[in-house]
Design a protein around this ligand. Structure first.
Ligand SMILES: [Fe+2]
Ligand SMILES: [Fe+2]
Length: 328
């Protein structure tokens, strides 16, 4: 484990929700949300469920009343208005089946989080659930996916790897979203994207930026089983071992996890956020999201993470815990 301090905070009311926004150029606050699965399938038509989607639809029918709840998503948006992170990273699985009507629903919803300058999105496996045309649908979210930097970078066939620079922070987005066979939820990055990642890490590292890499699937072993894994995680780890990174954020497992990637320069924290909309007491799951504060102290960066959890009793998100990380 890479954390050097873990401090459990009690659930509090009202006053715990102070702003994390800072005008200081040497500090930055970043919220990490994942696996919202926010779309409704109430109006889906049977012909849309051919292939693997029929299984996903049955799963949604089974879980819809108790798992991903609309009122939690509304509370999440409200909480982000109070905590006011400077940027929001959303690491995929915004939909259930990756249907065009779901992409349209998410397109309508994203502005409630903020404009594309303040919000960066990458897709998850549910956003590329089946078929070959998911990438065309993905274009609906283009303003939230695409790079907006002026760095001299090689072009890529699609949006990824993406790069956004905010102050001294480089936000690098990857897509591990690929259609997979029934009963599988694997992901992969592919050689072209890994080559692009290598270039981005090198250039942003040379500039001394704090590099945050976002990927939907956990890039370290032991978090999900082989049917849900990132198939080229070893290649990903090799790229980070060569060029470094300061933080890796992922989703997909629907559980909060903290692990690390060992590199010659030190251990890179790898933090998984659970679903930000899920309330499933039977599975011991409660919606959460994390807010990172990054502060430069001389040549070094300090990184703290605040966990905010949904309290069913209070009907809102509250502060749950805080921990700090030692960066490579
Ligand atoms: Fe998910
Ligand atoms: Fe996923």
């Amino acid at each position: 484990m890479v954390d050097v301090k873990t401090e459990k905070a009690s659930l509090t009311t009202g006053n715990d929700q102070k702003s994390t926004q800072s005008p200081r150029p040497d500090s930055f606050s970043l919220a990490h949300l994942s696996d919202l699965h926010l779309t409704s399938l109430n109006d889906v038509k049977i012909p849309q469920l051919l292939n693997k989607r029929i299984l996903g639809y049955c799963s949604w029918l089974h879980k819809r009343r108790v798992v991903h709840r609309r009122e939690i998503i509304a509370s999440l948006v409200e909480d982000l208005r109070i905590t006011r992170p400077e940027h929001i990273a959303v690491t995929g699985d915004l939909t259930h089946l990756g249907l065009p009507m779901e992409y349209a629903e998410v397109e309508q919803w994203l502005p409630s989080l903020g404009d594309p300058q303040q919000v960066t999105v990458i897709p998850g496996n549910h956003d590329a659930y089946a078929g070959r045309n998911w990438f065309k649908s993905c274009a609906k979210w283009a303003p939230y996916l695409e790079s907006d930097t002026t760095l001299d970078l090689p072009g890529t066939a699609d949006f990824f790897p993406s790069l956004r620079i905010r102050g001294q922070i480089a936000l690098i987005g990857l897509s591990s979203a690929r259609p997979s066979p029934p009963l599988f939820a694997t992901g992969s990055l592919g050689q072209e994207q890994l080559v692009g990642l290598e270039t981005l890490l090198q250039k942003t590292g040379d500039k001394g930026l704090l590099r945050v890499v976002m990927v939907h699937h956990p890039p370290v072993p032991g978090i999900v089983n082989w049917r849900k894994c990132l198939t080229d995680s070893k290649s990903f780890a090799a790229v980070l071992a060569r060029h470094g990174a300061e933080l890796v954020l992922h989703g997909h497992s629907h559980t909060p996890t903290v692990s690390e990637l060992q590199t010659p320069a030190g251990k890179i924290p790898v933090v998984g956020a659970p679903s930000a909309s899920e309330l499933n007491p039977q599975a011991g799951r409660s919606a959460q999201y994390n807010i990172y504060r990054m502060s430069r102290k001389g040549k070094n960066w300090e990184l703290t993470m605040s966990v905010r959890s949904y309290s069913e009793d209070q009907g809102r998100f509250v502060s749950e815990s805080e921990r700090s990380f030692k960066l490579p």
